[in-house]
Write a protein that binds this ligand. Structure first.
Ligand code: CMC
Length: 437
């Protein structure tokens, strides 16, 4: 797998506490601001640092994905997301994320056939679905079945064996589309469609999702391309909540299937990958353009706890480059499907326009993120809202695995173990129950 370039010391900062001074090395990567190395601060000054949501903390060195939130830049292994979305394919991007370089023709062919050969699930896994309720959320099924994969593929759970790590990666990239499509088939009571290895990665996913045995399935090239692009846009996003969850679970030595299941669980929340489903729910609740002002007023009222879903990002404070590509793809898909006036899209455009002019959002630098338009595209492509986050998970799997592999290969890797500010009771003596007031 790819080699990680290590950061270099580019300066130092000093921190003084009473009569003690600590020198903090400033580390520089290949791009981005310097980072103060605080690892010795406890030994030197006897204090910890406090950063509850890790907004100011780099948790690792990584050479996979770079984000400049002020400029709206997203690079995978140095390549701008716009160029990859325009010219590449999802499997080529998957290779790039995993191995660090774009493949030549021969390597791409071998990688594609390697992944494709793993699309089928162990037949016993099918029986998992008998245990789920028919209306089970597909994220619940995805999370459980991926976690259970370690029970079916014990020959690829030795994290110290590079070949086993690679096989587990191929297995998850290949099988998670099958699991995702089957979760949907189970929900709607249709037969599970077995993967077809004569189709491309995205064609095969659309086939397993949409096809039914009595009818011939003809892939639509524009929709297949849109699917592939959605996968590319979601493939990685550096140390977000779910990726950090995968790394933290992986830092304990847990097996790769368990780590990715942890990532899926973390992605599910509406502040993260669950936002695409939440955007459509929100648009449905708003219902009509006339209701937008009242909704915006609710969003601005802190006591309401209502957020404008699909807006805002921890890192992007200018625009989310993925949202721009997503908006373009949205028009392509609706055009191909002959949807001239989509009320959801009209509502989303109006909402976006109003929000982008409103001082509340302008002052807080809140812009549409990747999830604002993805739901509209996915809905038009025939996916129910509950499938939006599983599709995000499917695409993000390769990012999670690449980050997990990088972590395993990092010589600095130790178990992740944050500290805390304790605010509980001070030491006190146990009182027998009959003596308690
Ligand atoms: N609607 C209304 N107000 C918002 C929103 C929003 N979507 N996002 C942030 N704010 C406000 C927030 O209340 C705070 O206001 P104040 O300074 O008055 O207290 C200010 O903006 C700064 O926000 P924050 O909560 O400190 O920002 P954060 O970096 O902790 O949160 C976020 C980032 C993405 C969780 C948040 O913007 C959010 O909840 N957005 C809606 C959910 C969403 O679309 N998530 C998808 C993110 S992109 C894909 C992914 O990561 O999976």
């Amino acid at each position: 797998m790819a080699q990680t370039a290590t950061s270099k010391q580019v300066g130092s900062a000093t921190l003084t506490l009473g009569d003690k001074t600590a020198t903090l090395p400033l580390l520089g990567g290949t791009m981005g601001p310097p980072v103060a190395d605080i690892r010795k601060i406890q030994g030197d000054l006897g204090i910890f640092t406090f950063d509850p949501s890790f907004g100011a903390t780099a948790s690792c060195e990584s050479s996979i994905t770079y984000i400049d939130g002020d400029e709206g830049i997203l690079l995978y292994r140095g390549y701008p997301i716009e160029q990859l979305a325009e010219h590449s394919t999802f499997l080529e991007v998957a290779y790039l994320l995993l191995y660090g370089e774009l493949p030549n023709e021969e390597k791409l062919k071998s990688f594609t056939s390697g992944v494709t050969l793993h699309t089928m699930l162990h037949e016993q896994i099918r029986r998992f679905w008998d245990g789920f309720r028919r209306d089970a959320h597909p994220m619940a099924m995805l999370c459980s079945v991926v976690g259970a994969m370690s029970a079916f593929y014990p020959d690829s759970i030795d994290i110290n064996d590079p070949r086993q790590r690679e096989i587990s990666a191929y297995r998850m990239i290949a099988k998670i589309p099958t699991i995702t499509a089957w979760a949907h088939k189970y929900n709607v009571g249709q037969p599970f469609m077995y993967p077809r290895n004569d189709l491309s990665y995205s064609e095969n996913f659309l086939y397993m999702f949409h096809a039914v045995p009595p009818q011939t399935y003809v892939p639509n090239p524009i929709l297949t391309r849109a699917m592939d692009r959605i996968f590319i846009l979601h493939a990685d996003h550096e140390q977000n909540a779910s990726t950090s969850t995968v790394r933290l679970a992986g830092s304990t030595g847990a097996n790769p299937f368990a780590c990715i299941a942890a990532g899926i669980a973390s992605l599910w929340g509406p502040a993260h990958g669950g936002a695409n489903e939440a955007v459509l729910k929100m648009l449905a609740e708003i219902g009509h353009k006339d209701n937008i002002p009242a909704f915006i007023a609710q969003v601005k009222d802190k006591n309401s706890h209502v957020k404008l879903m699909g807006f805002g990002h921890r890192v992007y404070k200018n625009f989310d480059p993925r949202a721009k590509i997503m908006q373009k793809t949205c028009y392509e898909v609706l055009g191909e499907l002959g949807i001239k006036n989509d009320p959801m899209l009209d509502l989303a455009i109006e909402l976006e326009k109003i929000a982008l002019e409103d001082p509340y959002f302008v002052e807080r630098k809140l812009y549409p993120n990747v999830d604002f338009y993805s739901g509209i595209i996915l809905k038009a492509m025939g996916f129910p809202t509950t499938m939006f986050t599983p599709i995000f998970a499917l695409a993000r799997t390769v990012g999670w695995i690449s980050q997990w592999m990088e972590m395993i290969e990092d010589p600095q890797q130790r178990i992740g173990r944050p500290r805390q500010i304790y605010t509980g009771a001070v030491t006190r003596d146990y009182v027998p129950v009959d003596k308690r007031s």
